[in-house]
Design a protein around this ligand. Structure first.
Ligand SMILES: Cc1cc2nc3c(=O)[nH]c(=O)nc-3n(C[C@H](O)[C@H](O)[C@H](O)COP(=O)(O)OP(=O)(O)OC[C@H]3O[C@@H](n4cnc5c(N)ncnc54)[C@H](O)[C@@H]3O)c2cc1C
Ligand code: FES
Length: 373
């Protein structure tokens, strides 16, 4: 089959075979994976949950991993990462994604506004190291905030599907009770499993600060009942007194993740904490590196180096390089650095070998560089 596809691919060059097949039916593909939206749920404000039926190439996901969705907006194809919320290995081979509409976000607002059954999107295989280990831990703490509920919800659902018998606490932060996605499913899991504890927090919300779902719903929830609290040691010790023996998985906004990290570092438990970030917290631009010229030689455009990562400098110069995660994990933005030195803003490492592929979203130029885009 692969040999036949290769042969037909050669005959259809310069266009890939899938460009012809999509004229027949968008989900009829030889190589590219796509997915058809089969259901859309907008019941939670500012968020949309899509049910997708992937084409035959889909191989499933591990709980916590992400996929990339590609959509064409105004003639330009854009890709973004989203974490399926389902049980890993869902038997009907469908996946669900919950997308929070960012106020200035291009793809999330587009999906929130226009997604409808029948719409076809590009889909990449699931990837990412943020996932439940194959040997399930004896105890698990899941911490989420905002749109970061998605990978940890997949983990909880997967463990529930397997009949997990260990202690599990799910601690989730939202701005208000009505902004909690999948409340019905969270409640059902908390009711069904006496070893699952589901705690919701609304720091900054004046009327109600905390809530416990399921069997323990009548019991005191937060350490200070009714108070609107941010994450701290006492909160963690209250909802998961055994947390030092657990593996903890978290995904949420930077403020929450930093607070959790501080507690685990202070307790010397950093190796038991696993995290996924949706956005990159970039250190401030180093003024000492913001000099010289950035040349995008593939387009004949040059700009004064302002020290920002190359993806941002390219966009500021009017270019539209492809990107997905904007944080160095998906490799969509990879381009060749012809000459010059760049610093990886995540690791701090610099590199000046010529003709090397680099990720534009996490690479800041140190002086003059030439990028082939
Ligand atoms: C592994 C992973 C999993 C994820 N899973 C989920 C999930 O399950 N659910 C979910 O809702 N989100 C998830 N995300 C986030 C998601 O991928 C998108 O980042 C999010 O939907 C915003 O995309 P957007 O196109 O709407 O916003 P964008 O248009 O990309 O804008 C987002 C922000 O990026 C900055 N930005 C964008 N364009 C530019 C530019 N030209 N110049 C400078 N700054 C710019 C701006 O600050 C803007 O507010 C995940 C991200 C990762 C990395
Ligand atoms: S956009 Fe994902 S690695 Fe750069």
């Amino acid at each position: 089959m692969v040999g036949l596809i290769d042969l037909v691919q050669t005959l259809t060059t310069p266009h890939p075979l899938d460009r012809y097949l999509e004229l027949v039916r968008p989900t009829l593909t030889a190589r590219d994976m796509r997915a058809e939206i089969t259901h859309v749920d907008r019941s939670v404000p500012e968020s949309v949950t899509l049910t997708l039926r992937p084409t035959r190439q889909w191989r499933g996901h591990a709980a916590g991993q992400y996929v990339q969705i590609g959509v064409v907006i105004d003639g330009v194809r854009h890709r973004r990462c989203y974490s399926p919320i389902d049980v890993a290995g869902r038997r009907d081979r469908q996946i669900q994604l919950t997308v929070k509409a960012h106020p200035n976000g291009l793809v999330s607002r587009y999906l929130h506004r226009t997604a409808a059954p029948g719409m076809v999107v590009d889909l990449t295989p699931a990837a990412g190291v943020f996932r439940l280990p194959d040997t399930r831990p004896d105890r698990v703490v899941l911490i989420g905030g905002g749109s970061g509920i998605t990978p940890v919800l997949s983990m909880m659902r997967t463990l529930a599907d397997e009949g997990y018998r260990g202690d599990l606490t799910f601690l989730y932060y939202a701005q208000a009770p009505e902004l909690v996605p999948h409340r019905v499913q969270l409640t059902a899991l908390a009711e069904r499993f006496e070893n699952f504890r589901v705690e919701l927090r609304y720091p900054g919300h004046s009327a109600r600060g905390s809530e416990r779902l399921g069997r323990g719903a009548g019991e005191p929830s937060a350490r200070l009942e009714g108070a609107a609290r941010y994450f701290d040691y006492d909160e963690l010790a209250h909802v998961a007194p055994w947390f030092a023996d657990a593996q903890t998985f978290m995904c949420g906004p930077p403020g929450l993740m930093n607070a959790v990290r501080k507690v685990y570092e202070a307790e010397q438990l950093a190796d038991r904490l696993h995290s996924e970030e949706f956005t990159l917290s970039v250190p401030p631009v180093d003024a000492g590196e913001a000099f010289g010229t950035v040349s995008f030689s593939g387009s004949g455009i040059s700009t004064a180096n302002d020290g920002a990562v190359l993806l941002e400098q390219a966009e500021a110069a009017g270019l539209t390089p492809e990107f997905g995660c904007r944080m160095g994990i998906c490799f969509s933005c990879t381009a060749v650095r012809r000459t010059g030195c760049t610093r990886n803003v995540r690791t701090g490492e610099t590199d000046s070998d010529p003709d090397q592929p680099i990720q534009l979203c996490v690479s800041a130029p140190v002086g003059d560089v030439d990028i082939d885009i």
